[in-house]
Design a binder for this molecule. Sequence first.
Ligand SMILES: [Zn+2]
Length: 308
Amino acid sequence: MMSKALYTTLGPLGREALGMILPHEHVYVDLRTPDQPGYASGRAADVVALMAPEIERIKALGITALVECTTGGVGRRADFDLAVSQATAFPIVVPTGNYREPWIPEWVKTASEAELEKWMLRELTERFDEADYKAGWIKLSAGDEGITPLEAKILRAAVRAAIPTGAVIGSHTIKGRVVMDQLDIIEAEGGDASRFISIHTQAEKDFSLNLAVAERGAWIEYDNIGWVDDGELLPLILKVLEAGRGGQLLLSHDMGWYDPALPGGGTARPYTALSESLLPKLRAVGVSEAEITGLTRDNPFEAFARPL
Ligand SMILES: [Zn+2]
């Protein structure tokens, strides 16, 4: 019997149903702010036309699910994720929550913490506003130099929605010291650091802070595979493994996506460099198959799965 599952576009999936999972990608993103004309617009058929071939490419490489990291304020369209998913028979895990300033829509600015908590809970346990399936997790963000009061309100609401659902909270946060501040807020609210993902951990160049975040129990994520030379990421990954924190490391590309601000949604960037380039290099320097299975299959499942 499944005790916990990834909550996907195609329903909850247990560990047995899943192989490799990409924990940070995008199918659709709109980085214009929510007050701009045309924000989060487009047609599902056009998103499918651009992105379904990219999904087919990773299916052929043995990837069995991906996590959509586009949240509220940067063009979340749970209906478009569902359309791509149905066209490819491929599960996608979609977040509730909202991005940092200035990508915060008016209603989130004025909502109380309790109202935001209720909204996230409804999306996690009932359905999205725009599509009939449940959110898999909570994605938010903090300012590069520090968390603003509005971002802290969203984080506190997220912690309260995360506690009863077991949902993981992931945050786009550039500096390790700001992640530490977020962990302080989470713990002060009674939340669990082990249900937090420090997204873009590689942006903090002080490796000791990468480890310090892991030592507090949180997940760390190197998610720029394919954007930088493998030679940049390989030593970081090996240092995390040597420090005994391989069980808290997530690896992904942060690639994709249909961008409605560009003609035809722009050009899709493939989600393939992990399988085609980085994993062979990890094997070549002696990382075991068991460790690779841990990094690519067990870790993303454990990070994103929540109780049924
Ligand atoms: Zn991203």
